[in-house]
Design a protein around this ligand. Structure first.
Ligand SMILES: C[S@@+](CC[C@H](N)C(=O)[O-])C[C@H]1O[C@@H](n2cnc3c(N)ncnc32)[C@H](O)[C@@H]1O
Length: 258
């Protein structure tokens, strides 16, 4: 099964429970780092959220003032959750959802997307690519839809072999991890409540090793990783976060389109 088909099947199964990830320590620190990367003032801006799933970070963008967020995701069930939350909030026009594989040119789907966006997010989607060509397809869409001087924000794996991924101290652990050509495959267990969420991840060294090659190939410059130590949760409880800072399993990247 391709990593895209696997992602669709797996996330359809876990969709209703996935949103609980936001309450785990890992979910909390990544949200705080994303806020930092976005700049917390998105007044009037339009955001494209590739692989935006149930809309955890899309809703944060709206909270920071974004005019709109378009989520594109391969899992119709994840999108249904995002849409259901919008309905429960009584919102109609802020977040739109579209089903598509973001490793393929989105123009092929003839979706009513904007021609370009002020911000493009890609949070955790590079963890569903076991081939460089899949990543190239994802990055191509980022390059096509991000305006000049627009901001890219993305969460990625930082080390699938991290000790902190073994212990589960930060709200996620791996059941197994093994090397594959050019990277790693692992079984992720997210400590969502009321039930655990589990799925297979494929991540390539070109992503988790911190290479800038794919970013630069689509004109993403000024690459930076948000310093973990600046997250409020770390300032509030440095002792709890000390192990994570030594060997993190996630990184939040910010870059600017040429
Ligand atoms: C770990 S979840 C993260 C969801 C969301 N970005 C967040 O951070 O809350 C990964 C998401 O990427 C989506 N995904 C994986 N591969 C994809 C692809 N090729 N095209 C579109 N969506 C994809 C999955 O369906 C899932 O919703």
């Amino acid at each position: 099964m391709s990593s895209q088909d696997l992602a669709k099947t797996s996330y359809n199964e876990v969709a209703t429970a996935y949103d609980g990830y936001a309450q785990t320590p890992a979910g909390i620190i990544e949200a705080q780092l994303i806020a930092r990367a976005l700049g917390s003032d998105l007044a009037g801006l339009h955001v494209l959220d590739l692989g935006g799933g149930s809309g955890i970070h899309a809703r944060e963008c709206i909270d920071y003032g974004a005019e709109s967020v378009d989520i594109v995701d391969i899992s119709p069930e994840m999108l249904k959750v995002a849409w259901g939350i919008e309905e429960s909030l009584g919102r109609k026009d802020k977040i739109r959802t579209f089903e598509a594989d973001v490793s393929k040119p989105l123009s092929e789907y003839e979706l009513p997307l904007r021609e370009s966006y002020d911000v493009v997010m890609a949070n955790w989607i590079f963890s569903h690519a076991d081939k460089k060509s899949t990543l190239e397809g994802m990055f191509a869409n980022i390059g096509v839809y991000l305006k000049p001087r627009g901001i890219f924000v993305g969460i990625r794996d930082a080390n699938p072999f991290s000790q902190n991924f073994q212990t589960g101290k930060y709200g996620a652990h791996v059941k197994w991890v093994k090397e594959i050509e050019g990277g790693a495959k692992y079984w992720a267990v997210l400590h969502c409540k009321p039930e655990l969420v589990e799925f297979e991840v494929s991540t390539l060294e070109i992503i988790y090793g911190g290479s800038r090659e794919l970013y630069e190939s689509v004109g993403l410059m000024e690459y930076e990783e948000m310093p973990l130590g600046r997250a409020q949760c770390v300032k509030d409880d440095p002792e709890f976060w000390a192990d994570f800072l030594k060997d993190p399993f996630l990184a939040v990247v910010r870059a600017v389109k040429k």
